[in-house]
Write a protein that binds this ligand. Structure first.
Ligand code: UDP
Ligand code: MG
Length: 320
């Protein structure tokens, strides 16, 4: 059986459209499946629609988080509650083409543990978003050697890969990164990302920046080393400048360096603050992990009750 996990945040009428489209594709392909819809604390009627869909169709299960925890946590909630032999994570705004799912399942049956959908295009994104996304993916791939170029969150995980992913203890998980980090036999298919079927993207510049910083700091400590490198470079520079100043002073030549002083102050101040900021990010990360709060809280469920594999997973987690 295949579990399809979709996070939902204020999608409104999009929920019905999404469920209809998925039912059409999945039954059309003759797959046995369940649909796990995770309402990430929507403030519109999304949850009512999910609950209604769960009433109508026994294969639809709904999970309502107690507030907006963010897409990453919503996906995690869905993954922990999925009962299938393979799980497909897909956006509920129909930007990820559901018709690719049968092909992903075919790859999985042929032996792949992780099937990733790779972007062929980037519709539905502005120029800034596109450039920003590309720059981040390049930087991430370069710093962590986890390939994110053209990656999407649209992917299929077989049960063993899913269990491996759920065993990662970190709180600030970054699905796209962690599901690559676990390894396993992988396969990739190319998909065209569609325009959003309705509503609009909820990502703001701020939330995207947060996601980028979270993703990076939970994967690599390279920025910390960068601070050290910049510090070293400055030390070298300081020795040169100090020597020059001393020599001039000894030669009776007064140093006329007012602009130099201002420039030095500015540059040093900037790097000091940046360095402190980078260290602060890691400190915040550690603080979060140490606190160990749950990633999400479930407020309500609809549809069939927890199935067997889920209980097993939970019992296993409780044991640990
Ligand atoms: N989403 C969510 N919680 C959030 C923001 C988004 O569950 O806080 C869901 C949203 O409903 C959609 C998916 O995550 O199914 C992708 O969101 P969106 O389309 O806004 O992002 P984009 O496609 O622009 O990356
Ligand atoms: Mg979208």
């Amino acid at each position: 059986m295949i579990s399809v996990v979709a996070p939902i945040f204020n999608e409104g009428a999009g929920v019905d459209r999404f469920v209809a489209r998925l039912t059409e594709v999945l039954t059309g392909a003759g797959l046995s499946y369940e649909l796990v819809l995770v309402d990430d604390g929507s403030t519109d009627d999304s949850w009512d629609r999910v609950a209604a869909q769960a009433l109508l169709d026994g294969r639809v299960r709904g999970l309502q988080l107690s507030r907006n925890f963010g897409k990453e946590s919503a996906v995690l909630a869905g993954l922990e509650h999925a009962a299938g032999d393979a799980v497909v994570v897909i956006d509920s705004d129909l930007q990820h083409p559901p018709q690719a799912i049968p092909e992903m399942v075919r790859r999985w049956r042929e032996g792949a543990h992780v099937v990733e959908a790779v972007k062929r295009n980037r519709t539905g994104q502005g120029v800034v978003g596109r450039l920003g996304g590309r720059a981040f993916n390049k930087a991430f791939t370069g710093l962590t050697r986890v390939d994110l170029i053209d990656a999407t969150d649209f992917r299929l995980l077989g049960r063993p890969a899913l269990e491996a992913l759920l065993r990662l203890p970190e709180h600030s998980s970054f699905f796209r990164g962690t599901s690559s980090w676990i390894g396993f036999r992988r396969s990739a298919i190319e998909v065209d990302i569609e325009e959003r079927a309705g509503g609009r993207s909820r990502w703001t510049f701020g939330s995207l920046f947060r996601l980028a910083v979270n993703g990076l700091t939970s994967f690599t400590s390279a920025p910390l080393h960068l601070v050290t490198m910049v510090g070293l470079a400055f030390a070298g520079f300081a020795v040169l400048l100090g020597a020059q100043t001393l020599i001039r002073w000894i030669g009776g030549d007064s140093v006329a360096g007012f602009p130099t002083v201002i420039l030095l102050l500015l540059v040093m101040g900037t790097f000091l603050l940046l360095g402190l900021g980078v260290i602060g990010e890691y400190l915040a990360r550690i603080h979060e992990e140490v606190r160990g709060r749950p990633r999400y809280l479930v407020q309500e469920r609809s549809g069939p009750v927890a199935s067997l594999p889920e209980q097993l997973v939970r019992a296993d987690r409780a044991e640990r």
